[in-house]
Design a protein around this ligand. Structure first.
Ligand code: ZN
Length: 313
């Protein structure tokens, strides 16, 4: 495949807007800039437009813009339905506005889908045709590549995997429903579980605090704290249950984990593996299945947006 023009990739993060200009077929940007998002202040779109203009090449040869945005959004139309951290974007025509202003195609998808696409094209999933990506941090996000295609769905809302229902009587999720994967395995879910157990009288080296983080719980677990260990055991157990479900839907050859919580290693992944093995519908799903960590780090959004523009233009 040959791409005629350069690509501009944009990553809309909660704290930073990042934009980078790429030559065809090169993943090291010619130029890369980032500014504060100031998500709760008006004018996010204007700041983004100015950021893109500031890296626009002198020769003007840009083939497309790819954007990784928080969702939910419609990748088919480029509309952001609503996004909790940029409140002024309600049914916001992000893709159409960019196309109108810069007079080139602009493609938009959510950050988890694009991290999946980026890992498949440039990272841990290179060479695989069927990939499941899960990011576990403040929330749980997912993306799926199947037969070398990013699964988007009819409404563009496919693979909201963090909101997979595991127990309707489970803890409250950030979305308002109960018992979703995110309500067991995200960082805040781990913290919430520990605080609840402390309140119920569990003994632990952890002191109840509003500033408690999943990282602090992980450190206590590594020191042998039983409550902290059980918090990660529970998170890993439900994660294994969820992935057992995902495998029978998507049957990937690789599962890639990103996000801060997945950095804790065996603390989460030992219980994850035993849960997955115990619950998998058929052992065949696990044959030659690779489980790996994301390789693109902070650049996942940008490189995913680059990949989206490359395959769409
Ligand atoms: Zn949810």
């Amino acid at each position: 495949m040959e791409f005629m023009g350069k690509i501009i990739a944009v990553d809309i993060g909660g704290t930073h807007l990042r934009a980078a200009l790429y030559e065809p077929e090169v993943t090291k940007p010619i130029i890369h800039k980032r500014i504060r998002t100031h998500a709760d202040e008006p004018g996010v779109y204007g700041r983004m437009e100015a950021l893109i203009e500031s890296i626009w090449p002198k020769d003007g040869n840009v083939a497309a813009i790819g954007v990784a945005s928080p969702g939910p959004l419609d990748p088919h139309t480029g509309y952001i339905l609503k996004t909790p951290n940029i409140r002024e974007w309600h049914n916001f025509p992000l893709g159409p506005n960019l196309t109108k202003h810069f007079k080139i195609p602009a493609f938009v998808d959510n950050d988890a889908n694009l991290a999946a696409l980026g890992e498949w094209r440039f990272g841990a999933g290179k060479g695989h045709h069927h990939l499941l990506f899960l990011t576990i941090s403040t929330g749980v996000g997912g993306g799926v590549i199947t037969d070398d295609h990013l699964l988007q769905g009819y409404h563009g809302l496919a693979t909201e995997l963090g909101h997979t229902l595991l127990d309707p009587k489970g803890p409250l999720c950030s979305c308002g429903f109960a018992g979703h994967l995110e309500s067991y395995s995200s960082g805040p879910a781990i913290v919430k579980f520990v605080l609840g157990e402390l309140e119920a009288g569990s003994h632990s080296s952890i002191k109840p605090s509003k500033n408690l983080t999943a990282r602090v719980v992980a450190e206590a677990a590594m020191q042998g704290d039983k409550l902290a260990i059980s918090a990660y055991q529970r998170a890993g157990d439900y994660l294994g249950m969820a992935v057992a479900n995902f495998l029978l839907s998507f049957d990937p050859s690789i599962v890639v984990f990103g996000g801060g919580v997945s950095q804790v290693g065996s603390l989460l992944f030992d219980p994850f593996h035993s849960s997955l093995i115990k619950r998998i519908f058929h052992p065949r799903y696990l044959e030659n299945l690779k489980i790996d960590m994301a390789a693109l780090g902070d650049d996942a959004g940008l490189l995913g947006a680059l990949a989206l523009a490359q395959i769409s233009v």
